[in-house]
Design a protein around this ligand. Structure first.
Ligand code: NDP
Ligand code: 2IT
Length: 447
């Protein structure tokens, strides 16, 4: 045990030294290394070939200036990034985030996580992530379009259907993907599947919009079934009210659960009667179309609105679907005290280490993001296949593929993570994701 702790500490010290001032990246690497260092203890080839050390180093990170003009004629300057983390098992693949909190550290954590997640899907995709500190809130359509065009004017040199295929993430949805795809096509004169999450008219895939949220609930359902339990009658607390939260809420309700909460960056609503189909449609119009604040939901339906996060609301299941580090140790303690028995992470790295330890110590079902939210990128992978073949698959085929991929991910995590009759889904996801990438890297020699 102490040998393992020593080598984990040494490894993390090295990562911190080489990547100063990048706390989110350190956190993500620690979370993975805590599973992988013990796993490779008796597998010297991974150690001799420095596989984990190489996996913690991105292939490259491109950083660029993005200039654009606002509606008042002012020149604005933002910073753009693309972190191409690892392409051992396929082209770099991962979303683009537009949010004022975007830094190199945030995108490196996301790109690192994406490499393991994409490996778990079983599809040939490497890991990458990009974005900008641009804040889309309060911007006009014209401003968002001009920003997206300027962003793509630089990004297009670095991506390609067989090189790097970005998609959406926080602040980047169908509208932004449309503007970026239009600019890529205009610059290169190529109509190819260089982005996923496209509109259905120009190469998008059915169910890509729903896939992340649905997949998060399928992962939950699979864990519950594995534990001889089920979704029916479960009370669910969800954070976020964007793409992932919306379709997690929809699928949870379809499988018989009651969704009590949703949130945005201003606070959360608590609806004890449950967010039904009509109320969810109202939420979509409020948050995705009108881009308003969530308190309006509470005013419309007589629900409660509170500032802060929803984790003090008693629930059986928590689905964090907003952003990173939104469940700290105290939030986890509050969830456990109120009887929460399962967590499935729609957002990337939403639980701080103290929260993860609390869930693990309590022995509840805990699906880490790299497994639980992999449905989105999995359907992105299917969009790439459809684009390459220049065909569109039917909805029921895609629904089945998504369901089956999530079941395979569950079973793979359970296979690698079962110890003493209990499944450690975090260790299982980390190890299952690692092995495929690591073995590909071994095959390539020292590169
Ligand atoms: P959206 O932009 O559609 O929605 C984000 C939601 O989270 C909004 O409700 C937003 O509130 C809230 N939010 C964002 N930042 C914060 C913050 N700092 N504090 C509190 N609330 C915040 O993004 P997505 O739904 O696409 O992404 C949500 C999470 O899921 C992210 O972690 C993302 O990386 C992850 N993810 C997304 C995938 C996808 O396919 N889109 C795939 C896999 C993971 P407000 O409206 O006030 O900004
Ligand atoms: O975090 C993620 O997996 C995403 N934002 C989706 C990435 C993708 O390429 O579909």
């Amino acid at each position: 045990m102490s040998v393992r702790t020593d080598s984990l500490d040494r490894f993390i010290e090295g990562v911190k030294k080489r990547n100063p001032g990048e706390p989110e990246f350190h956190q993500a690497v620690y979370e993975v290394a805590a599973s992988i260092v013990p796993y490779i203890q008796d597998k010297p080839v991974y150690q001799e070939m420095q596989i984990l050390e190489r996996m913690a180093e991105p292939d490259r990170a491109v950083i660029f200036r993005v200039c654009w003009e606002d509606d008042n004629g002012n020149i604005r300057v933002n910073r753009g990034y693309r972190v191409q983390f690892n392409n051992s098992i396929g082209p770099y693949k991962g979303g683009i985030r537009f949010h004022p909190t975007v830094t190199l550290s945030v995108l490196k954590f996301l790109g690192f996580e994406q490499t393991f997640k994409n490996s778990l899907t079983g599809l040939p995709m490497g890991g990458g992530k990009g974005g900008s500190d641009f804040n889309p809130k309060g911007k006009s359509n014209g401003e968002v379009m001009r920003f997206c065009q300027s962003f793509m004017t630089e990004l297009h040199r670095h991506i390609g259907e067989d090189t790097d295929v970005p998609a959406g993430d926080i602040g980047v949805g169908a509208r932004e993907i449309g503007y970026m795809f239009g600019q890529y096509k205009r610059l290169t004169n190529d109509f190819v599947g260089v982005l996923t999450g496209k509109g259905l008219e120009f190469g998008g895939s059915l169910i890509r919009t729903e896939a992340t949220g649905y997949g998060t609930v399928y992962m939950l359902d699979n864990m519950l079934q594995h534990a001889k339990n089920g979704m029916d009658g479960k009370k669910v607390a969800i954070s976020g009210s964007g793409n992932v939260a919306t379709y997690a809420a929809e699928k949870a309700r379809q499988l018989g659960a009651t969704v009590l909460t949703m949130s945005d960056s201003s606070g959360y609503i608590h609806d004890p009667n449950g967010i039904d189909e009509d109320k969810l449609a109202y939420m979509v119009d409020l948050k995705q179309v009108r881009r308003g604040r969530i308190k309006e939901y509470a005013d419309e339906f007589g629900a409660e609105f509170h500032e802060g996060r929803p984790w003090n609301v008693p629930c059986d299941v928590a689905l964090p679907c907003a952003t990173q580090n939104e469940i700290n140790g105290d939030d986890a303690a509050a969830l456990l005290k109120n009887g929460c028995m399962a967590v499935s992470e729609g957002a990337n790295m939403p639980t701080e280490l103290a929260g993860i330890h609390a869930f693990q110590d309590a022995g509840i079902l805990y699906a880490p993001s790299k497994a639980a939210n992999a449905g989105g990128v999995a359907v992105s992978g299917l969009e790439m296949s459809q684009n390459s073949a220049r065909i569109s698959w039917k909805e029921d085929e895609l629904q089945n593929l998504l369901r089956n991929i999530m079941t395979d991910i569950h079973d793979n995590c359970a296979e690698y993570g079962t110890q003493g009759g209990k499944v450690d889904y975090l260790a299982g996801a980390n190890i299952a994701g690692f092995v495929k990438v690591a073995d590909a890297m071994l095959a390539y020699g020292v590169v």
